[in-house]
Design a protein around this ligand. Structure first.
Ligand code: NAP
Length: 311
């Protein structure tokens, strides 16, 4: 299955993005080798869109998986859609290309398909991923996000990335980029937390009106990494309404949560490092939620955010 023939959406720069992506973030205590094994399984079951980031610190392992799957003939480079992200300590314009080149080196690739600004929050540059002061407070940096965007536009012109976009941007931050004098490329997407408890309906409407794809992360209720997610947050996949709808379609609550996003025109990411669940998450193209199901799931929205860091 090549990218043109898999289920993809047209981006505003003419490139295609598969509508279902494989997430590769895992909490620190998970061995990095798991990302390698899981990515290979994901490609074997049919995932062609791989979501990653400099911050996840596993791009060597993920890159090795991609290269192994290309070497054994499962996929060609042009069939894969690989996303990386510029981390917050690299948002000064002179550091953007360096971050992307570090990712490319780890990956062993000469370009990525998509490069995002990971978050519109700049942190003090340096080797520390999350620089903190003596009181444990994150040390921020002052950067004009429009300057970061111009540096990313240059990375696209250099061919280091095919497309460029943003992540964790709210409506106002998107407008800062869209209204930037001399804007060369619009963001192709905004990757944000999105699931039935936080369905982002307003942001989705805004993105659609600007031909920007909304990409949903934590669509299955998040990784619940205690560094980012409070332990008393609700378990999305235990939601009785999702369970009832899943039972009716003879599917799992996870499949319903993924299908929900696809039917509302959202590109959706699913992370699993478990073979059975990776397969299950890819089986979302052969059933359909009814308009009534969609309405009931819309009704679960309560603007609840798992990721306490994002805006
Ligand atoms: P997620 O996709 O919401 O859910 C992952 C959790 O659900 C994992 O604990 C996984 O455990 C479990 N799971 C997966 N499939 C399941 C199924 N069918 N049934 C039951 N449980 C299932 O995770 P996420 O990591 O928060 O988000 C996905 C991806 O989005 C990330 O990996 C990353 O690529 C991206 N992301 C981006 C940002 C950003 O700031 N841009 C932030 C967060 C995430 P097992 O592995 O044990 O299956």
């Amino acid at each position: 299955m090549d990218r043109k023939h898999s289920r993809s959406v047209n981006l505003n720069d003419g490139n295609l993005m598969p509508v279902l992506g494989f997430g590769t973030f895992a909490p620190d205590e998970i061995p990095k080798s798991k990302a390698n094994e899981a990515t290979k399984i994901a490609i074997d079951v049919g995932f062609r869109h791989i979501d990653a980031a400099y911050f996840y610190q596993n791009e060597e392992e993920v890159g090795q998986a991609l290269r192994d799957k290309m070497a054994d003939g499962t996929v060609k480079r042009e069939d894969l859609f690989y996303t990386t992200k510029i981390w917050s300590t690299f948002l000064r314009p002179e550091l953007v290309r360096q971050c992307l080149e570090r990712s490319l080196k780890k990956l062993g690739l000469d370009y990525v398909d998509l490069c995002l600004i990971h978050e519109p929050i700049a942190m003090k540059p340096g080797e520390e991923l999350v620089p903190k002061d003596a009181n444990g407070k994150i040390i921020l940096d002052v950067v004009d996000i429009c300057d970061t965007w111009e540096a990313l536009e240059k990375c696209k012109d250099l061919g280091l990335t095919k497309s460029i976009g943003v992540s964790n941007f709210n409506h106002k931050q998107l407008e800062l980029i869209l209204n930037k004098p001399g804007l060369k490329y619009k963001p192709v997407c905004n990757q944000v937390e999105c699931h039935p408890y936080l369905n982002q309906s307003k942001l989705l409407e805004f993105c659609k009106s600007k031909d920007i794809v909304l990409v949903a992360y934590s669509a299955l209720g998040s990784h619940r990494d205690p560094n980012w997610v409070s332990s008393d947050s609700p378990y999305l996949l235990e939601e009785p309404i999702l369970k009832t709808i899943a039972k009716k379609h003879n599917r799992s609550p996870g499949q319903v949560a993924l299908r929900y996003q696809l039917q509302r025109g959202v590109v959706v990411l699913a992370k699993s490092f478990n073979e059975k669940r990776i397969k299950e998450n890819f089986e979302v193209f052969d059933f359909e939620l009814t308009p009534e199901d969609m309405k009931v799931i819309d009704g679960l929205n309560r603007n609840f955010r798992y990721d306490s860091m994002s805006l």
